[in-house]
Design a protein around this ligand. Structure first.
Ligand code: BEZ
Length: 194
C-alpha cells in the first residue's frame, strides 16, 4: 500500500452523490471530531475490534519514535462501540489528508445506540500499510505510548482521553482500559478502582 493513502481514498466514491454521510469514529473521533458535523450519535459496528496496532509518525509520534493509535481488526462476533457523525461530503477530503498515514475508507453498517441502522464510512488501517505495527506485549505498547510525542501532542493523551470517553459512554473496552492502567502506572499515578 502507498505511504500516503489520500489518493486511494479519493477514488472511493461510494457516497459521492449523497448530501450527507455517516462516519463512524472509534479513536480520537470519539472525544474530538476536529470538523463541523450535522449530528453526533453513539453507535457501534459489528465484526471489528479496536486495537492500538497502528503506528503514528505524523500525529502522536515521529518517524524516529512512532506512537501508537487505534485501528480496527476484523473479528467474528465482536462489537466496536464508538461515535457516529453525520457530515457533509466536503469534510471527507480534509479527513483523507489528516488520516493519510495508512487509513482507508471502508463501508460499514452503523447501529445507533438508541435504535436504527444506516450505511456509513469508517477509516481503517490494515496490516499491509507501511505504518502498521501490529501486536506486542501490553507493557511494550504502554511504554511506547507513554514515551511518544508528536505534532498533535503526547500519545498518552490520545489513549487516556479515549479511555475516559469510552467510560463516559458506558463502554467497556478491556484493551484500552488495560493500556490506560499501565500508562497511568508508568506516569506514577496511584492505582484506583478503574
Ligand atoms: C477515529 O478516531 O475513529 C479515526 C478517524 C480516522 C482515522 C482513524 C480513526
Amino acid at each position: 500500500m502507498a505511504l500516503d493513502t489520500t489518493q486511494q481514498n479519493r477514488r472511493m466514491t461510494h457516497f459521492n452523490d449523497h448530501d450527507a454521510i455517516w462516519l463512524f469514529g472509534y479513536g480520537s473521533l470519539i472525544w474530538k471530531a476536529g470538523f463541523d458535523y450535522l449530528e453526533r450519535r453513539p453507535a457501534h459496528i459489528r465484526g471489528w475490534t479496536r486495537r492500538f496496532w497502528q503506528g503514528s509518525h505524523d500525529h502522536r509520534g515521529t518517524p524516529a519514535a512512532p506512537g501508537r493509535v487505534a485501528t480496527l481488526l476484523p473479528t467474528d462476533g465482536a462489537i466496536c462501540h464508538g461515535m457516529a457523525y453525520r457530515i457533509t461530503p466536503d469534510i471527507l477530503g480534509p479527513l483523507d489528508v489528516r488520516e493519510k498515514n495508512g487509513y482507508l475508507r471502508e463501508v460499514v453498517t452503523l447501529r445507533f445506540a438508541d435504535g436504527g441502522t444506516t450505511q456509513g464510512l469508517v477509516y481503517i488501517a490494515t496490516e499491509d500499510n507501511a505504518a502498521y505495527l501490529g501486536d506486542a506485549p501490553v507493557e511494550t505498547i504502554a511504554r511506547q505510548i507513554a514515551e511518544a510525542h508528536g505534532p498533535s501532542g503526547p500519545n498518552r493523551d490520545y489513549l487516556l482521553n479515549l479511555d475516559e470517553a469510552l467510560r463516559a459512554l458506558d463502554v467497556e473496552d478491556a484493551h484500552v482500559a488495560e493500556l490506560a492502567r499501565h500508562v497511568r502506572h508508568l506516569d506514577g499515578e496511584a492505582p484506583d478502582a478503574r
